[in-house]
Ligand binder design. Sequence first.
Ligand SMILES: [Zn+2]
Length: 282
Amino acid sequence: MPELPEVETVRRGLEAKLRHRRFARVIVRRGDLRAPMARDFARRVEGRRIERVERRAKYLLIHLDGGLVLLAHLGMSGRMVLGRHGDNALGAPGPHDHVLFEVDDGTELRFTDPRRFGRLELVDESELQAHKLLAHLGPEPLGKDFTAGLLSAALAGKRTPIKAALMDQRVVAGIGNIYACEALYWADISPKRLARTCTGIRAQRLVAAIRKVLRRAIAAGGSSLRDHVQPSGELGYFQHSWAVYGRAGEPCPRCKAARVPCRIRRIGQGNRSTFYCPRHQR
Ligand SMILES: [Zn+2]
């Protein structure tokens, strides 16, 4: 599943390649995504210029001229693929290439999504803030509003484990399972600790750790468990390694110098797997 760093990497690629270009033609081959696409989607998008591409949590917000925003979510398996229109490298559209956007410079943007949990919606710019998918989101983890004070306040009354609280989109937006595990690891906080005890200095460590793991991954060009086509159009996928995620049974990188090395443990929390070091995460 694409996490925030992948979405940010896609955003950067889209912004670099599409800004000030125009969608000349849009072909909806299959519109029954997570939410059915509007019947007039293609007609409303065709001819519009791309003004800028923003991101909120894991939503891409493609601002078009005339005050229209194309809100896109990659869901479980969605990808944005850019290539030259009609190019062999892009190939003929396959069964999972649901929407084709022909750009006025001869490139083509494809929305590809085998599992169809993604979304493509059109929203008036004036209604964006109040949109049901965006209205309740907490602060952006890389934004200046996300401070230890704010996080402390959000966690103060919470009796859930901190891992679950970090994945609560009202507390902080866009943190999924992988980065919740990684941030807790670098903050030396057990995923089982009650959220309301993660205020003060622990909240400071958490904010710093969340920013660190996200920034590192973005710098690495995003990371994914599956192949993820770079928005530059390059085929291929990022290899990214995590400190704890997916590493059950391996020595903890921070504690491996200890005489008896401790190993990364995997537990179930909710219906997700959590990976952590039982020695230094308290
Ligand atoms: Zn450790």
